[in-house]
Design a binder for this molecule. Structure first.
Ligand code: ADP
Length: 439
């Protein structure tokens, strides 16, 4: 402002000087004409600079300001400085915005911003994917015109967002989304979407597992409880033989419970991320143990054979876990093969990979059950599994042990004819005889 008064003063002084010059020259008219001329010249220059300024205003954002002359030079310089600062600010904002966009693109959750009347203002790619929207096309559209699921509409319009909403994905069948809405700013809303399909699956598995374990425990406990009650009430008059048979049956049930708890502990140990022991496991020794145990379980009711294709060598892995997995497969073969049947254990090395197989000519398995056999507590014939002391966890343990050894399980079976379970260990875990001896 000081500059302005300074310029006004300058013009007044200039006009005064012109009039004074006229007076000195003896003609006031000359003095006034001189003053008018000076003012006119100043005005013309102002008009010229205003024209240049107007031209600059109509040009592109990046065009540099004209230099200007006289008082305009001073004004243009000030404007140029302000313009430079504004440009820096714009660039800074642009780079911040770009960083925000990058972060939003990398976000694993969907994010969508709505105006107060639920019109989409912005959304990230994950929200596009979850909600089946198109960022280019749908911005500016009311969200409820595009997502018409009643539960979603009710949730959004209820205004009560204390709890999130779980709903089936509108575009990806079989997937579940969790939707959260947060109100902010001028009645705007932020919608967050998350794919919780896996979480829900795990939660269902956990619930089923707890229900299964409780059920498995309850049956033997009820039996034991019943026998103990009978013994308590009727022991004096109960024939000795009968009392002994009750005790034996209660004992049988307690063994079953013990086996179940042991299998559960084995499973939970396998599921922890604790590193597995890596030792050279002598396969000759391991296969002999498995065969002796299988024969003991069969008690002479089956023909149990071990067929080796050359010296067995060794496997790197955990001896205890391997014994449990291979033993489970062999014991299943005995338990699901009627008396007089045959169980053949085999070990061979194919293309450097150790291959263990258990073949039986037992009851076999219908093809529809095969993909589910390694699920915990999955049984084809519940009665037979119980009768033979099964816990329903054997193949789940096998699956975990094999996963930890990067091995695969293949099942071929035909009802009434028998089954063959084949385990293939990777070549890097298989040591040939010479390597095994050195190890
Ligand atoms: P279980 O303790 O019941 O034997 P597993 O997990 O070891 O549990 O096996 C799951 C189911 O797979 C068994 O209940 C049985 O129905 C079936 N199964 C496993 N091995 C055989 C086999 N060799 N022959 C027939 N069925 C089998």
């Amino acid at each position: 402002m000081r500059e302005f008064w300074y310029r006004v003063l300058l013009r007044v002084v200039l006009v005064g000087a012109c009039v004074l010059t006229g007076l000195i020259a003896g003609s006031i008219v000359f003095g006034l004409a001189l003053a008018v001329g000076v003012l006119l010249a100043g005005s013309l220059r102002d008009q010229y600079e205003i024209g240049r300024f107007d031209h600059w205003l109509n040009s592109t954002v990046d065009t540099a300001l004209p230099d200007g002359a006289g008082q305009w030079e001073f004004l243009f310089a000030k404007l140029a400085r302000r313009e430079r600062n504004a440009r820096h600010l714009r660039e800074d904002l642009r780079s911040r915005l770009e960083r925000m966009r990058e972060a939003s693109r990398a976000m694993p959750d969907g994010t969508l911003i709505m105006s107060r009347d639920e019109v989409i203002e912005w959304l990230n790619p994950m929200a596009e994917q979850h909600l089946g929207l198109d960022g280019q096309r749908d911005i500016g559209s009311p969200l409820l015109n595009l997502l018409r699921q009643p539960e979603f509409a009710n949730y959004l319009q209820s205004g009560d967002y204390a709890d999130p909403l779980s709903m089936p994905s509108p575009r990806q069948p079989g997937r579940t989304l969790q939707i959260r809405v947060v109100a902010f700013g001028d009645e705007q809303k932020l919608l967050l979407s998350r794919d919780i399909t896996q979480l829900e699956k795990l939660e269902t598995m956990r619930r089923d597992f707890v229900a299964n374990v409780s059920h498995e425990m309850k049956t033997p406990l009820t039996v034991i409880h019943g026998f103990l009650e009978t013994l308590e009430d009727a022991l004096p008059e109960l024939p000795h033989e009968q009392a002994l048979s009750f005790i034996a049956m209660a004992q049988q049930q307690s063994v079953r419970m013990q086996r179940l708890v042991e299998d559960l502990l084995t499973l939970s140990a396998l599921e922890t991320d604790a590193p597995m022991s890596e030792e050279a496991v002598d396969m000759r020794n391991l296969l002999d143990i498995v065969m002796i145990e299988t024969r003991a379980l069969s008690g002479g009711r089956h023909e149990v054979l071990l067929e080796l294709d050359g010296p067995p060598g060794a496997l790197t892995g955990c001896a205890r876990d391997l014994r449990s997995a291979l033993g489970n497969l062999a014991s299943n073969a005995v338990r699901y093969t009627p008396d007089g049947g045959r169980v053949r254990l085999g070990w061979t090395v194919v293309d450097g990979c150790g291959v263990f197989s258990v073949e039986d000519n037992g009851i076999g398995i219908d093809a529809q059950h095969i993909p589910r056999l390694t699920e915990r507590f999955y049984r084809v014939d519940r009665g037979r599994s119980r009768e033979t002391g099964g816990t329903g966890l054997g193949l789940a343990i096998v699956k975990h042990v094999l996963e930890r050894h990067q091995a695969t399980l293949n099942v071929v079976s035909e009802p009434g004819k028998g089954s063959c379970f084949t385990v293939r260990f990777p070549a890097r875990r298989t040591l040939r005889q010479a390597q095994a001896v050195a190890a």
